[in-house]
Design a protein around this ligand. Structure first.
Ligand code: GDP
Ligand code: MG
Length: 191
């Protein structure tokens, strides 16, 4: 997979002038979003790992194989952010989710070890309301014993009301689960 940074944007006027299908990656701060993007694209520092949570406050666009765009938005649920900043980021993301016509898939990351948070549920409800297809990715699956992984995916599927076939477990550190995720993204892009 050939990934290339295209641009960062705050508002609509800065979104790239492209008609490629877009896949957005969302999740709570520290869920492993940057690690996921790097592992998916085989790049060490395409997205920054382990930086101050909530520091990446822009929408970042990456072109993948010249065929589609991977879109990275700020992590949510970071408690130490001011109300003003939260509102600004919320508005920025809402504008993107609701107005970007070529958005074909939302990859929602949740931590495989825990129940989804209220923020996760709100995010999912929002995508459902906008009729944006959702792929749920449970991160850090390496931290769960192999025999308990299915149970964890089933729990997430049930709590978020997403069919199990749209729930995948991945590990960015052990590079588990990425082929399946890539297959699904490609299917979704082909429509
Ligand atoms: N064990 C394990 N740790 C991970 C995995 N993905 C991310 N991490 C760790 O979780 C922390 C947050 O990761 P990061 O990618 O920066 O999360 P982000 O805030 O969502 O972008 C870092 O310490 C990562 O090394 C994973 O698949 N397995
Ligand atoms: Mg990050």
């Amino acid at each position: 997979m050939q990934a290339e940074f295209v641009t960062s944007a705050v508002g609509k006027d800065q979104w790239p002038e492209s008609t490629l299908p877009e896949v957005v990656v969302v999740g709570r701060s520290n869920v492993g979003k940057s690690s996921f993007i790097n592992a998916l694209t085989n790049r060490k520092r395409l997205a920054y790992v382990g930086n101050t949570p909530g520091k990446t406050r822009l929408i970042n666009f990456f072109s993948i194989d010249g065929k589609w765009m991977l879109v990275d938005v700020p992590g949510y649920g970071y408690a130490k952010m001011s109300k003003t900043m939260l509102k600004k980021m919320g508005d920025m993301m809402e504008e993107y989710f609701s107005k970007r016509e070529q958005l074909v898939l939302a990859i929602q990351l949740v931590d495989a070890r825990h129940d989804p948070t209220q923020d996760d549920m709100d995010m999912i409800d929002y995508f459902k309301a906008l009729k944006i297809p959702i792929l749920l990715v449970a991160t850090k699956i390496d931290k769960i014993p192999k025999t308990k992984r299915i149970k964890s995916l089933k729990n997430i599927s049930q709590k978020l009301q997403i069919p199990l076939r749209m729930v995948y477990g991945i590990s960015s550190t052990e590079k588990i689960g990425f082929e399946e995720v890539i297959d699904l993204i490609e299917k979704q892009i082909l429509g």
